[in-house]
Design a protein around this ligand. Structure first.
Ligand SMILES: NC(=O)c1ccc[n+]([C@@H]2O[C@H](COP(=O)([O-])OP(=O)(O)OC[C@H]3O[C@@H](n4cnc5c(N)ncnc54)[C@H](O)[C@@H]3O)[C@@H](O)[C@H]2O)c1
Length: 461
């Protein structure tokens, strides 16, 4: 082995790890508060029975809710073509042998066998199961995006409305204590009249390389544009805070960097063979070998590459798999930097910046009103009152992965609301109904059209 490269590799792995630890220690200092208790609205007479379709990362997350709260939810069926994942989850949850299916179609060929279905298949496999299970009378918890195209999103919403079943799209950001605090400040009129919002989704340089250059969300024709797959959450969140429909959007941006034109001289097609890898910010060796030994990083992003969490296992995945490829020699086409300007009813405006070229972190927002200004980073908020000049700080206490699932409690929050709605039949407990969920997706498609055509686009056209 080339010792010069090995030495540099170790150094860089250390700096990557140090960065992660620093980020995590901030995270760990937060107190925890379980969103299942914070958000719970009804007493469940019996556990809601659930079929889990797609037993990957998200399917396991929602299943862990049922494990933790057996009085509220019980997983009675699982479907996934990947035998290892399906059987592991089914064994863990005690699902009967005749209720384990090779895929959603096999499950859907049976008579209805649960109250609800959780659809956590890949993006392009949402429309089929969502429509079919709705037709069969299942209530549906559906991962975002609803579907990769505008027409398919409308098809799903039409199907659930026709079947009159409950639909919750996993817009998890609506269900965090941080969002509750922002909503509360706005609703109490502490900002006066809302005039504008500036919002940043800092995807993070290595996260973008992992998911949107080498990974499953790299191609528009397979998963949809990045403004949909990454930012339908942000568009939905802005809609929720403004509390008015969006009218029109305009957008600029594109794939600036992760193309063959940016490839440095001497770069190889795989990081393992690359002479300039030590100086590359997107080195797969630094990213993935640096995850080894850290349970959180091994769970994500490392387990996406391989189940063999050893150095030789990771090197094998980097040699053979998609995640070892040079970021300048992939088949990606989604935008790495995009700005969207939105006009809401009544003239309120918002700008959203989505960028790969940031540290990985929580969203940042500035909200401008006629009587006050609110600035937040996903955990802390400062409110400037224009009458008194005083600045008030809010440290939002929320559940982390331990207390309430991931996404700052949003994962368990949406699940809790969905179960409450199914148990009580009260759809208003879900914070975004089918049409409102559709709206955020239409905003994303309109933004993409505007980016590609250079003209503003009306959201509902
Ligand atoms: N709400 C959020 O914040 C959030 C976060 C991450 C991912 N997601 C979305 O969740 C979905 C799942 O993501 P993931 O990270 O769990 O992916 P994943 O690849 O880990 O899991 C998807 C699973 O679906 C299975 N599958 C494929 N075809 C199937 C079929 N016909 N029937 C049944 N199962 C099938 C796959 O084998 C895989 O196990 C995606 O749509 C993704 O965009 C949402």
């Amino acid at each position: 082995m080339d010792l010069r490269i090995a030495g540099s590799e170790q150094l860089q792995q250390r700096s990557w790890r140090a960065w992660w630890q620093m980020r995590r220690s901030r995270y760990d200092r937060r107190a925890s508060c379980d969103p299942t208790e914070r958000l719970r609205r009804v007493e469940t007479p019996r556990p809601v029975t659930i079929a889990v379709v797609g037993t990957g990362s998200r399917g396991r997350t929602f299943s862990s809710f049922a494990e933790r709260y057996p009085d509220r939810a019980r997983v009675v069926a699982v479907a996934d073509p990947r035998t290892d994942r399906r059987e592991a989850l089914a064994d863990q949850l005690g699902v009967a042998a005749d209720r384990r299916f090779d895929g959603w179609r096999e499950l859907a060929s049976q008579a209805k066998l649960a109250d609800a279905v959780i659809v956590t298949t890949p993006d392009r496999e949402h429309v089929g199961p969502a429509c079919r299970f709705a037709e069969l009378g299942y209530h549906v918890l559906l991962e975002k995006p609803i579907a990769p195209t505008r027409a398919e999103c409308i098809q799903v919403i039409d199907a659930v409305e026709k079947a009159e079943v409950i639909l919750a799209v996993c817009h998890v950001m609506r269900y965090t204590a941080y969002t509750d605090t922002v909503k509360d400040i706005v609703a109490k009129g502490r900002l006066g009249q809302l005039v504008g919002i500036e919002h940043l989704e800092p995807i993070g340089w290595w996260h973008f390389a992992h998911s949107y250059v080498r990974g499953n969300w790299r191609r528009s024709d397979q998963a949809g544009p990045s403004i949909l797959t990454k930012c339908c959450h942000d568009l939905d969140w802005l809609r929720y805070i403004v509390n008015r429909p969006a009218v029109a959007v305009s957008s600029w941006g594109g794939l600036h960097h992760f193309t063959p034109a940016s490839r440095p001289a001497g770069a190889a097609d795989r990081c393992l063979d690359c002479a300039v890898e030590p100086d590359c910010p997107y080195s797969a060796l630094r990213l993935y070998l640096g995850c080894l030994g850290d349970p959180e990083l091994e769970r994500w992003p490392l387990s996406v590459l391989t189940t063999d969490l050893t150095e030789s296992g990771v090197r094998r995945a980097l040699r053979d798999g998609q995640y070892g490829r040079c970021v300048y020699a992939c088949d990606n086409d989604v935008a790495d930097h995009q700005v969207v300007t939105i006009e809401f009813e009544g003239g309120v405006t918002a700008t959203l910046t989505m960028s790969a070229f940031t540290p990985y972190g929580r969203r940042r927002t500035r909200i401008m009103g006629t009587r006050g200004f609110l600035e937040g980073d996903g955990q802390h908020l400062t409110l400037t009152d224009f009458v008194t000049g005083e600045v008030e700080s809010f440290d939002v206490v929320d559940g982390g992965a331990g207390a309430g699932g991931g996404h700052d409690g949003g994962d368990f929050g949406v699940m809790s609301a969905f179960l409450d709605a199914v148990s009580s039949g009260d759809r208003s407990l879900i914070r975004t109904g089918p049409r409102e969920s559709l709206e955020s997706h239409l905003m994303a498609f309109a933004a993409e059209r505007s980016r590609l055509t250079g003209v503003p686009v009306t959201v509902w056209d």
